[in-house]
Design a protein around this ligand. Structure first.
Ligand code: ZN
Length: 483
């Protein structure tokens, strides 16, 4: 039930919420937006110009700069915590108090960036440069834009006296991109009470796909696949190559890889890919494709529809675990029979399954006792068994998140369709999901399909998208926490 007395929206927030639909139509945004656009820009510039890469940078410097901004905006010292495992990897946790009607909401954003070398770039990667309608700089979309927008929204809510129905906690963290000390993981292990929440909004994405300048699809990511590497090893007796024999390690490994190529993991549905196909069938797909998407949602799913849809690789990976050979090596001399041949197989594990379970499936599929299937850990070490680490089964999509996002996204990017999605890669959401906290990832910037430069050279974000994201995000968090 929505009533004005239960919304707890400060008048300024309410006033800002109402004219939102006009932004996409080109009308002037509410005057308060302009002040907080300046704030968001200044924070964005400040963060870009602090090197937070693992090799040469310092995350603590960025966390301290943000803490200073929150203090200046009136956050009491008791609601700020700057902490981490060492001096370079401190995380900042900020709390905006609500009425306590519900368990808190946690917002997460990583402060670290991937290394960028000046020589590779057209501009200085650690300077915010505005050029040709874009902001350039390391972290422009991954994800100092999201950090700036998070900080600006929280400061705006504090200054406008917004009183949410639950505490809003923001965590600005270290080492999402690599490094010793992932901040979300560290906080969950060492200070869970500081960031414990009912659900998480993660900003670490560029979720709106544009084609020829028109935003088309907004992905709301509510599940992630789990990354895992395996090593396939065949060994042989070796010998002189002038006397070939049947038990050749290279041929054995090649036959095993052919069996792997033909194998497909079983089709699976969960709350997220089910939501994806429902939305696609309703909003985007047409004709046979839309019919097939409806047919695979039946119980039991239609096998022919699955086969037809599987011509699109996207439909394959969002409905199954996938494993693919990515590296190959073997033999030691041109004139010797191989003693050893090995391949690396990379898997993206569907939610609900563990790394060891997938290792055993691979071993059964290859069906050759002479081929060892071993697990390669993140640090490169190889072992006979994999860990029990599991891709988390997604929680149902929360209606207030989907509703707020859909309403605001359609108003901000006219014509865009919100589609629940699964991510083939992992972000910090893997830690919060593993801790049992449902996590929804959305980065409200439209990027032209094929022009994502995160981690690459000349990383950039359209200037207009930064401000759309800023307007959107403040309203999104306010709407989700209003009731
Ligand atoms: Zn990122």
């Amino acid at each position: 039930m929505r009533t004005l007395t239960r919304t707890r929206l400060a008048p300024a927030v309410l006033a800002a919420l109402l004219p939102l639909a006009a932004i996409g139509a080109g009308a002037a945004p509410p005057s308060d937006d302009a002040a907080y656009d300046t704030l968001a820009h200044d924070i964005f510039k400040q963060l870009i110009e602090i090197d937070t890469s693992d090799s040469s940078g310092n995350v603590t410097t960025a966390a301290e700069a943000l803490a200073q901004r929150f203090r200046a905006a009136g956050f009491p010292p008791a609601d700020l915590a700057l902490l981490g495992p060492n001096d370079r990897k401190k995380n900042l946790v900020v709390r905006l108090h609500g009425s306590g009607a519900h368990k808190p909401l946690l917002l997460i954003g990583h402060l670290d960036v991937v290394e960028a070398r000046r020589a590779d770039w057209s501009t200085d990667p650690y300077k915010l440069i505005e050029k040709d309608g874009f902001y350039y700089g390391r972290g422009a979309i991954d994800m100092k834009d999201g950090d700036a927008v998070m900080a600006a929204a929280l400061i705006r809510m504090q200054q406008e006296g917004f009183h949410p129905s639950r505490d809003i906690i923001a965590a600005f963290t270290a080492d999402e991109e690599g490094g010793c000390c992932n901040g979300v993981n560290w906080l969950l292990k060492n200070h869970r009470e500081l960031i414990d929440a009912e659900f998480v909004l993660n900003q670490d994405d560029w979720s709106i796909v544009a084609e020829h300048g028109a935003p088309r699809i907004a992905h709301l990511i509510a599940a992630e696949k789990l990354y895992s590497d395996y090593q396939l090893v065949a060994t042989g007796p070796g010998g002189h190559s002038s006397e070939p024999r049947k038990d050749n390690a290279i041929y054995e490994l090649a036959r095993a890889l052919m069996r792997l190529e033909r194998f497909q993991f079983p089709f699976e549905l969960n709350s997220v890919n089910r939501g994806y196909f429902e939305s696609m069938a309703r909003e985007v797909a047409r004709g046979q494709e839309a019919d097939d998407m409806r047919a695979i949602l039946k119980d039991p799913p239609d096998a022919q529809a699955i086969a037809r849809l599987s011509h699109d690789p996207y439909n394959v990976w969002i409905t199954r675990t996938t494993c693919v050979a990515t590296r190959l090596a073997g033999g030691h001399a041109n004139n010797a029979l191989p003693l050893r041949a090995e391949a690396v197989v990379n898997c993206r594990i569907f939610p609900g399954h563990s790394k060891e379970e997938i290792r055993q499936t691979l071993s059964k599929t290859l069906n050759d006792p002479r081929i060892a299937v071993r697990y390669i850990a993140d640090d490169g070490s190889v072992s006979d068994r994999a860990t029990e680490e599991r891709a988390m089964t997604p929680a149902p999509l929360r209606p207030e998140v989907v509703k707020a996002m859909t309403t605001l996204a359609e108003a901000t990017w006219p014509g865009v369709k919100v589609i629940p999605s699964m991510d083939p890669a992992a972000s910090d959401a893997k830690y919060t999901m593993a801790a049992g906290i449902p996590t929804y990832t959305f980065g409200g910037v439209a990027v032209e399909s094929g022009d994502v430069r995160a981690h690459g050279r000349d990383e950039r974000l359209a200037v207009a998208e930064f401000y759309r994201w800023n307007h959107f995000y403040y309203r999104y968090v306010a709407e989700v926490t209003a009731h």
